[in-house]
Design a protein around this ligand. Structure first.
Ligand SMILES: Nc1nc2c(ncn2[C@@H]2O[C@H](COP(=O)(O)OP(=O)(O)OP(=O)(O)O)[C@@H](O)[C@H]2O)c(=O)[nH]1
Length: 215
């Protein structure tokens, strides 16, 4: 098992932080991964659907248990044709958010496949979190109980959210970051990025809001 490394450093722009966490969002196309990220980082919601091409990222620095933590948030394309590109990013992730759409049963049943891919490509110690998004929709077909049951079966925590109504969005990222921090504190997680020690391969700063950041 390759280790994940935390970095205590000063970023290039002079702002210091205690550690960096690389977090990945995965799940079928259209479940709302980009919207969750945009809601969390920019507090905005766009009702139109612009599918992600390849991979995109945003940065947000938060306070976790009194520590300044820089969250590197990677938004992967859900479309099958980008799967080879996106799975390449699993390895260095400290946290992975598996997202489904509560109004689309297929995205829910596909979570088991996403979970299998995570087990094949991600670090064993990566912290996972299951998210049922679009809880604002009356046309829901997947109940919260079904989400809970699946999360229990997979052995991971579960949150329902709405990027549209800003419901539980902060909870997703803070819950995950706190769980990652617990693993860091107990020395289970010792790494970051692409396996390169102390080396972050992206620009620090506000991140790119473009949806066409194909690598
Ligand atoms: N009602 C409602 N619609 C949402 C919510 N989140 C996202 N959407 C809509 O769902 C559609 C898809 O959202 P995206 O965030 O682009 O989906 P994605 O998972 O990033 O899709 P890919 O980039 O193709 O993987 C858009 O039309 C969003 O406006 C939500 O919480 N509630």
């Amino acid at each position: 098992m390759s280790g994940l490394r935390t970095v205590s450093a000063s970023s290039g722009n002079g702002k210091s932080y205690d550690s960096i966490m690389k977090i990945l969002l995965i799940g079928d196309s259209g479940v709302g991964k980009s919207c969750l990220l945009v809601r969390f980082v920019e507090d905005k919601f766009n009702p139109s659907f612009i599918t992600t091409i390849g991979i995109d990222f945003k940065i947000k620095t938060v306070d976790i248990n009194g520590k300044k933590v820089k969250l590197q948030l990677w938004d992967t394309a859900g479309q099958e044709r980008f799967r080879t590109i996106t799975t390449a990013y699993y390895r260095g992730a400290m946290g992975i958010i598996l997202v489904y759409d509560v109004t689309d049963e297929r995205t829910f049943t596909n979570i088991k496949q996403w979970f299998k891919t995570v087990n094949e490509h991600a670090n064993d110690e990566a912290q996972l979190l299951l998210v049922g998004n679009k809880s604002d929709m009356e046309t829901r077909v997947v109940t919260a109980d079904q989400g809970e049951a699946l999360a229990k079966e997979l052995g991971i925590p579960f949150i329902e959210s709405s990027a549209k109504n800003d419901d539980n969005v902060n909870e997703i990222f803070f819950t995950l970051a706190k769980l990652i921090q617990e693993k860091i504190d107990s020395n289970k997680l010792v790494g970051v990025g692409n396996g390169k020690e102390g080396n972050i391969s992206i620009n620090s700063g506000s991140g790119n809001s473009s949806k066409s950041n194909c690598c």
